[in-house]
Design a protein around this ligand. Structure first.
Ligand code: HMG
Ligand code: MG
Length: 308
């Protein structure tokens, strides 16, 4: 039990691991398909219950995700774990079904310019595309997750009205998403802002349908998670080692590192079912395939201690 100073925190948190997708989509090094598969398998072994394995997006737009079908076909699947992927359109859904995904994620934005740059459609156009995708996914029995980008700020437009975040979130739920991952695409959110945005979102969505997705560009991601926990959010996205960014969000760096998140959750007595040592092993593996170090502070400390 956490100290009463924090108020009532969730007893258990669901972590959605996005490193193989949000992380690797942004790496300039070409990662062989076999290494992506080995990375996902290590994440499975670390106890993650939801792993975003890849994205069935246009390979012209994001070449790093071109081998999505092969990655899915190669991973070792553990019962009870959801292996998920981004799907932007019906062509993506058809590839996702061929690959045998357990769940799909649609991804819209709260700002028009980001929507155009990321998926070449206005917000309304993208929701019309997703309506078709969701109808077909429902018929195929696939659960649908929704992402909403630029909820805390847009790299092109600056401030984004929280009322618009709430409105587009509600539209994603109306399309059939079981939850919306309210995303800080460029890592500008801070704990002064999180309650304001969530207050608006909670006017339209129950908190059980809200997840939070932070990038750690300005070092505020963990503090934002704490604010989210205090407001009753119990699902958070993170990437092993803090891999990540977004190819269409200039300046966006990695996601909140899963290790750093789990260290804080463990300290607060919040159960996630995830093994920190196994996670550090997974991120060390993928780091060894990159040309730079991963930013997770916990992982760096753990590796330094191992090398002593
Ligand atoms: P477009 O160019 O407007 O559409 O792209 P198009 O239909 O003209 O397609 C262009 C080409 O791609 C065509 O090939 C299509 O066949 C092909 P061509 O005829 O020129 O040979 N194509 C596909 N191929 C395979 N799978 C597909 C597919 N779709 C089209 N699914 C489109 C529109 C939406 C496809 C494109 O803009 C796209 O793929 N965008 C994705 C960009 C992306 O992946 N961004 C990063 C993920 S979002 C993110 O990171 C944010 C998040 O983390 C939350 C946060 O932090 O904010 C989720
Ligand atoms: Mg992201």
């Amino acid at each position: 039990m956490a100290h009463p100073i924090f108020g009532a925190l969730p007893a258990r948190v669901r972590v959605v691991e996005v490193g193989p997708r949000d992380g690797l989509q942004n790496e300039s090094a070409r990662i062989p398909t076999a290494d992506k598969i080995a990375f996902v398998d290590r994440l499975t072994d670390a106890g993650l219950g939801a792993i975003e394995v890849s994205a069935f997006v246009s390979p012209k737009w994001v070449p790093q995700m071109a081998d999505a079908v092969e990655v899915f076909k190669g991973i070792r699947r553990k019962a009870g774990v959801r292996y998920t992927a981004l799907v932007p359109n019906l062509a993506g859904l058809s590839r996702a079904r061929e690959a045998g995904v357990d769940e799909i994620a649609i991804f819209a934005a709260a700002s028009e310019t980001f929507s155009r740059r990321n998926i070449n459609q206005s917000i309304d156009e993208s929701l019309a595309t997703y309506r078709q995708v969701c109808e077909a996914a429902r018929e195929a029995g696939l659960p649908i997750r929704g992402y909403l980008s630029t909820c805390f700020g847009c790299p092109f437009e600056g401030a984004v009205p929280p009322a618009r975040v709430a409105e587009v979130s509600a539209r994603l739920i109306a399309l059939g998403a079981y939850e919306v991952s309210v995303s800080d695409t460029i890592g500008v959110a801070h704990p002064g802002q999180v309650p304001e945005v969530l207050d608006h979102v909670f006017q339209r969505l129950p908190r059980e349908q809200v997840a939070l997705h932070f990038h750690d560009t300005r070092g505020t991601a963990l503090a934002n998670v704490l604010a989210g926990l205090q407001m009753g959010v119990a699902t958070f996205d993170a990437s092993a080692g803090g891999l990540g960014g977004c190819p269409y969000a200039p300046g966006a760096t990695g996601n909140l590192a899963t290790e750093d998140l789990i260290y804080m959750l463990d300290g607060l007595g919040i159960d996630s079912g995830i093994s920190l040592p196994a996670l550090v092993e997974a991120s060390a593996f993928i780091e060894s395939r990159l040309d730079h170090r991963l930013p997770s502070r916990y992982a760096q400390a753990a590796r330094a201690a191992q090398n002593e």
